[in-house]
Design a protein around this ligand. Structure first.
Ligand SMILES: [Zn+2]
Length: 290
């Protein structure tokens, strides 16, 4: 699933290519792509045609395009890329892609915005924005660590009050958003923390250090266009990022740790995998016996 850097790369592309443009047509090619828009395809189309898109915003792994129109303001198209969703800007003459789900055409006759999704886990839906410009359905998603209003001390307090492991806490989108398996493993490797370490036992300096590593990892990944562990993660022009070449832990099973040379291990975690260094990131004792 795309995480913060991959979604931010898409957001920046949309800002460049679709901000300020007015929608002239909306084609829904597959109902599953708008399943979260419960009033259906006709309503989706009717409400969007004639609206003008403004600068896209993002919270965690969600991004949205405010769509202000003749009928009023405060509407937004929310995009969730899911496992394989792509938002591409393409010439309107380009034939429909095999997995084209939604096509947005513009009154200026320029490039379309197309939502393409091979596995159809992602989708688009409409929502109203609250007074702060946040879609109502995303109100439960926390600010992300690159947000200037993210409160480090509040996060540290909340995490220390929980009975959970630090990796689960990093994946909890209601307390810190935008981090998934890849950037959790990379940040924990940098912080020399095993993901099963109980959060209640982590000190504030350790948590502050972890946040710094998270910001570094996300910033570096963003600068490299994100991670293309799956060739389906692309920017609006269909290009892949290359942070996968810089990964120190995620997906590196058996390769030497860049710090100590021990072979990176893979452990099962919530039906997926966690990658860590057995030497730099020892398992906590309580977790060893379970
Ligand atoms: Zn190591």
């Amino acid at each position: 699933v795309p995480e913060l850097p991959e979604v931010e790369v898409v957001r920046r592309g949309l800002e460049r290519w679709v901000s300020g443009r007015t929608l002239s047509d909306v084609e829904v090619h597959h109902p599953r792509a708008i399943r979260r828009h419960t009033p259906g395809a006709q309503d989706f189309r009717d409400r969007l045609i004639g609206t003008t898109l403004s600068a896209p915003a993002r919270r965690g792994k969600y991004l949205w395009l405010p769509a202000d129109g003749p009928t009023g303001q405060g509407l937004a198209i929310i995009a969730h890329l899911g496992m394989s969703g792509q938002l591409l800007v393409v010439d309107p003459e380009t034939p429909p892609e095999r997995h084209l789900r939604v096509r947005l055409a513009f009154a200026d006759g320029g490039r379309d915005l197309r939502f393409i999704d091979q596995r159809t886990f992602g989708g688009l839906f409409l929502d109203d924005l609250d007074a702060e410009g946040l879609p109502l359905q995303l109100a439960h998603i926390s600010r992300d660590p690159l947000d200037s209003l993210f409160d480090d001390e509040r996060w540290a307090s909340a995490v220390r009050a929980k009975r959970t492991g630090i990796k689960r806490a990093l994946l909890d989108q209601t307390s810190i958003s935008g981090i998934g398996n890849i950037y959790a493993d990379e940040s924990l490797w940098r912080a020399k923390l095993h993901g099963e370490r109980p959060t209640a036992a982590l000190t504030r300096p350790v948590l502050r250090g972890l946040l710094q590593h998270i910001r570094d990892v996300l910033g570096e990944a963003l600068a490299q266009g994100g991670t293309s562990f799956d060739s389906l993660y692309v920017n609006v022009n269909g290009e892949s990022g290359y942070f996968d070449r810089s990964l120190a832990a995620y997906g590196q099973e058996g390769r030497p740790c860049q710090r100590c040379g021990a072979a990176i291990r893979r452990e099962s975690f919530m039906n997926r995998s966690s990658f860590s260094c057995p030497h730099c990131q020892p398992r906590p004792r309580a977790a060893q016996s379970s």
